[in-house]
Design a protein around this ligand. Structure first.
Ligand code: AMP
Ligand code: MN
Ligand code: MN
Length: 336
């Protein structure tokens, strides 16, 4: 039997036209994303940078946190500037990517003028629809995938640099085509982007074989901190974040790689700020848990930041993940 993907990102012509009308032919458009930007965040912004230029605009990519150097292979990476280089109320129009809640753009919010025109393009289920145009598709594996569909709907020729960016974002948010959002549809998007010039091998090497020695040691520390709870179904790792902000997004995958583990947390300590990443497998949904702690995300990948005491926090996380696993699997067992 052919295993067809059920999900589809369909951009209506009206939506694509509105995207072009709001963001095309403009001198001063801001492109931004969430704080602590990940691969999809950085790459979708750079892909959008190329696409808006095709629409005769002159966009500026400005982030609250500059992206980690590991993405410096992306075209136009050096065009990304930090908020320090812009004065308040610099932009009337903004394209906000991969960001469910407006305050998650961090210090960039100050750069928006009164009543800004915002295009909100994202795949978070809990997106707050804060834009004048909201292109929200939780069924998309990545924000980069949505942008790709918008470009196709607008019949924009996807250049090699744009394809490289969109492929990279899509590749990172599918964990290199390993996560549960990988299906015939997400692979088809990748194939189309590869046909437009994205070099799959080079991008995979840049993402996964590009650790600094310090980074690898940090991964080692995280792995050494691994502890298991709930009879081996819940895993927890703790690591001190480096001051340069390169937090090696995929560290948490090592916890999830342990046989029998169903829910995991990675606690990253940076000064008084604690950043927590949560991941779930199969029936487990971690988005609700992240929300309880004031964060958000997707069913299988979510997170939050806190200034809570780390010992108390650890206990709360272990408890929440253990309950989640117990509930989901008790329900599943009762259905058997
Ligand atoms: P991470 O574990 O940081 O890779 O994040 C996984 C997912 O959770 C991403 O989709 C993030 O956008 C989301 N997420 C992480 N931290 C937060 C937060 N503080 N608030 C809302 N969403 C978050
Ligand atoms: Mn993201
Ligand atoms: Mn994303």
């Amino acid at each position: 039997m052919i295993n067809q993907a059920k999900r589809q990102v369909k951009i209506a012509k009206k939506q694509a036209d509105k995207f072009a009308a709001l963001l095309g032919n403009r001198q001063n458009v801001l492109i931004t994303t969430h704080i602590s930007p990940d691969g999809d965040a950085v790459a979708s912004c750079l892909g959008a940078y190329g696409l808006l230029r095709s629409l005769n605009s002159n966009p500026t990519c400005c982030f609250s946190d500059l992206p980690p150097d590991r993405y410096d292979f992306l075209p136009d990476f050096d065009k990304i500037i930090s908020t320090d280089h812009r004065s308040a109320e610099s932009f009337k129009t903004a394209l906000i990517l991969d960001c469910g809640k407006l305050p998650r753009i961090g210090k960039v919010e100050r750069l928006l003028g009164q009543d800004p025109i915002i295009v909100n393009l994202d795949h978070h289920e809990d997106n707050e629809w804060f834009g004048r145009l909201n292109l929200i598709f939780p069924e998309a594996a990545s924000t980069s995938e949505i942008l790709f569909e918008v470009a196709k709907a607008l019949k924009i020729q996807i250049s090699e640099p744009v394809a490289t960016c969109l492929y990279t974002g899509h590749f990172s948010d599918t964990g290199g085509f390993r996560y549960s959002n990988t299906d015939s549809r997400s692979l088809a998007v990748a194939a189309e982007l590869a046909a437009c010039g994205a070099n799959a091998h080079q991008i995979a090497t840049s993402i996964y074989s590009n650790n600094s020695p310090a980074n690898l040691k940090m991964i080692g520390e995280a792995i050494a901190s691994l502890e298991l709870h709930a009879g081996g179904q819940v895993a927890l790792m703790t690591v001190a974040s480096p001051p340069n902000g390169d937090e090696a997004e995929d560290i948490i995958d090592y916890a999830l790689s342990v046989r029998g583990v169903r829910a995991v947390a990675l606690i990253r300590l940076r000064d008084s700020q604690i950043r927590v990443s949560l991941r779930g497998r199969d029936l487990v949904n971690v988005a609700g848990i992240a929300r309880q702690f004031g964060g958000g995300g997707h069913p299988k990948a979510a997170g939050f930041t806190t200034e809570d005491d780390v010992t108390t926090l650890r206990a709360k996380i272990i408890d929440a993940l253990s309950r989640e696993v117990e509930t989901r699997y008790a329900d599943a067992d009762s259905k058997d």
